[in-house]
Design a protein around this ligand. Sequence first.
Ligand code: MF3
Ligand code: CO
Ligand code: CO
Length: 255
Amino acid sequence: MGIIIKTKEQIEGIRKSSQLAAQCLDFIEPYVKVGVSTGELDRKIEDFIREHGATPAPLNYHGFPRATCISPNEVVCHGIPSEERTLKDGDIINIDVTTILDGYYGDTSRMFEVGEIKQEAAQLIDTTKHCLDLGIQQVKPGNRFGNIGFVIGRYAKSKGYSVVYEFCGHGVGIEFHEEPQVEHSARRNSGQVMLPGMIFTIEPMINLGKSRVKIDESDGWTATTIDDKLSAQFEHTILVTDDGFEVLTDLHNEY
Ligand code: MF3
Ligand code: CO
Ligand code: CO
């Protein structure tokens, strides 16, 4: 199959879906408070997505039971929203939204803070966001995918953190997960060459302790750090343009 070069029409559709996914994260922000359950946050986002004429991609994806992934603290990714898990003061939470609008996918996630968080948590979040931004700056025609992982890995390790290698970014747009796998720790100048019209995610997961993850045996999804230390993640959907990149899930002209 290979990496899909998207047409103008496909890019326009993926941009719209990506903007809706980003809107979901802005919409949910005021509700991320002590006492609310991750199940309720998920339901609010699912309603918001449907009100905008779209559907949530995770729901029933390989059997995933909910509309979004919500991953607190030591959960690296693929946390299943639950009415039993209420937010506590000091939690750090990743909310990951993927929308399907007119058949096109947009995928983005970011971290939310509940109440007053510890300094070590705040520093992990700041570093993880900077890892994503360093990765994005590598996106331009002619550069190789490995340089995204190279700069992310180098920076995370310089701060004493580890990079999760068991989950990767991915091509996205026509399907949820397309080629290539975008590694968040890689050798300089390794991997395929980026070309205009490619669309993929960068979504580094950075850990305070060891890089390994374990999957919850009872639900088959929840990925937590092997040492139960904190993990953080940010994700954007990115288009390779003729001279660089466009962050399709950027709502506020940050890039
Ligand atoms: N949104 C996740 C990603 O960034 C994938 C979630 S798959 C699910 O790739 F099944 F857990 F929803
Ligand atoms: Co993704
Ligand atoms: Co995602």
